[in-house]
Design a protein around this ligand. Structure first.
Ligand code: ADP
Ligand code: GLC
Length: 483
């Protein structure tokens, strides 16, 4: 079984969020069970810089840039750093050699030609999966992820190819909606601009194209698969998703248990594991003390330390955290926040820190190492997302003995058990979060009950194997001749 996994980010090459973690780990897990899964990714500078041995395997002469001039593009073959997973890199400097991030410039503004950039990625994905591929490796399945590769199932189907495609929704809030003129620039036939196609309320939606043309749709947790079939989380796509409910499944993400392992994590000042909790638990305690030092928090071993790591967007429920923060401090707690995103949320977080020096600390920015140290050094982890397709941090938290407090939505509901591994609240309101925080603090005061909770969470298995088998079963259904 050959699978081409098309994605706009993959760790450790380039990452803005959980899609990169998944694209870094799932293909490797699929390869472990005998699937020849290969990744296609754009050649952003961060990617080109990290590539090891590369070889040019194709040149594309037919693509045009956003101004209609011929565009230089080629395909390189390499491998994911630190793994055997083959990597196809679309090297098209006019589209991808930019100084900012993968989607936005350094001021946080979307690139004006994003439609063109990701239509190009999608066209190359479809080309590699179709009969006219310039590459001598033929996928049995094209697996696309989020709106950036949403047009690929459309190109593939409209080219007459019978290669099945899978469209995975990592977050329905990002739909890749562009004005109708984009259709012609994207080389899609006019006939595809219809309600039975890529049209969405008079515009072109890259994600809708994927949801309409793909043979199967997946999303990243069973609960989210159900939630998106109705408002509000269907975000306008609920009609289409409901009509395709028999080709829609929720497969829970796993986590990379090598990258996120408190017993061997190079980012930590010291290692620890679940077994040590039975003893004096020195490793985790030292991680907490060092984190307090690093962030300028008072070095109080018994102060319950709440961690939070998130893109600072409305989705992540920062408003709720800001609303309960004073209460946490009043009860002797501390808060460590890491994230970057919307300027208004960043400013509100900085104002909170200024009000509680030594008790609340934040780093506004992106810091891989600190994200590991917060997971290891916190006692509790806040994840009150208004919605969360899967969420990875709550699973990292469980593994690192940082007990999660989560809103019962999407993957949070599917991974945290109230009173068994963490605390789950039902309504995304400050009051409901506060009641969960109070329950957590009451239990934190009971040392042995708290240890049991941590212990149970640290033993939960969220490795990728189970999810990889679910994807394998799906691929087999779609391409029964292959094994
Ligand atoms: P989402 O994809 O919606 O952002 P996830 O929980 O699935 O949410 O994944 C987020 C990933 O990005 C996690 O690996 C998390 O640790 C990481 N992350 C988010 N913000 C930061 C940050 N500021 N610094 C370091 N890592 C971050
Ligand atoms: C998205 C979602 C997140 C999910 C991640 C990986 O960014 O917001 O919940 O874990 O994709 O699938």
């Amino acid at each position: 079984m050959n699978v081409l996994y098309a994605t706009s980010e993959a760790a450790p090459l380039i990452k803005t969020g959980g899609l990169a973690d998944v694209s870094g780990a799932l293909p490797a897990a699929l390869r472990k069970i005998g699937i020849d899964c290969r990744v296609l990714i754009p050649g952003y500078p961060a990617v080109m810089y990290k590539l090891e041995a590369t070889r040019q395997i194709a040149r594309f002469d037919n693509f045009l840039d956003a101004e209609g001039k011929p565009l230089a593009a080629r395909l390189l073959l390499s491998s994911m750093p630190g793994s055997e997973t083959p990597l196809y890199v679309l090297d098209a400097p006019s589209a991808f050699a930019r100084t900012g991030g993968p989607y936005q410039d350094s001021d946080g503004l979307d690139y004006l030609d994003n439609a063109h950039r990701f239509a190009l990625l999608s066209q190359v994905a479809a080309l590699l999966a179709g009969a006219d591929s310039p590459v001598d490796w033929q996928p049995d399945i094209l697996h696309c992820n989020d709106w950036q590769t949403g047009l690929a199932p459309a190109y593939l189907r409209l080219s007459g190819s019978t290669t099945p495609s899978v469209m995975t929704i990592h977050n329905l809030a990002y739909q890749g909606i562009f004005p109708p003129e984009t259709l012609a620039e994207s080389n899609l036939p006019a006939s595809s601009f219809s309600i039975e196609g890529a049209e969405y309320y008079g515009n072109l939606s890259f994600l809708k194209a994927g949801l309409y043309y793909a043979n199967h749709i997946t999303t990243v947790s069973p609960t989210y698969a159900w939630e998106i079939q109705q408002p509000p989380l269907g975000m306008g796509m609920q009609g289409l998703l409901t009509s395709r409910q028999h080709q829609l499944s929720g497969i829970l993400n796993g986590i990379d248990t090598n990258e996120w392992n408190p017993a061997s994590d190079p980012h930590l000042p010291c290692e620890f594991n679940a077994r040590a909790l039975g003893g004096n638990n020195r490793g985790k305690k030292l991680c907490k003390l060092k984190l307090q030092e690093e962030l300028g928090l008072e070095p109080l071993a018994d102060a319950p330390l709440f961690g939070m790591i998130a893109r600072m967007t409305h989705q992540k429920g920062l408003d709720l955290v800001l609303a309960v923060a004073d209460g946490i401090i009043d009860r002797g707690g501390q808060i460590a926040l890491l994230g970057t995103g919307e300027k208004s949320i960043e400013a509100a977080v900085l104002a909170l820190v200024a009000r509680h020096p030594g008790k609340v600390a934040s780093l506004i920015g992106y810091d891989e190492g600190l994200s590991h140290r917060i997971e290891a050094g916190s006692d509790l982890f806040l994840m009150p997302s208004l919605f969360e397709p899967c969420g990875l941090n709550q699973m990292y938290s469980l593994r690192y003995g940082s007990v999660p407090i989560v809103h019962a939505t999407g993957g949070l509901r599917d991974t945290v058990e109230d009173g068994v591994t963490g605390f789950v609240f039902n309504q995304p309101t400050p009051h409901a979060l506060w009641l969960a925080v109070e329950r957590a603090l009451d239990l934190y005061a009971q040392k042995s009950a708290w240890k049991t909770l941590m212990h149970t969470g640290m033993h939960r298995d969220f490795s990728w194997e189970k999810s990889a088998l679910a994807y394998q079963a799906l691929y087999r259904d779609l391409s029964p001749a292959q094994t």
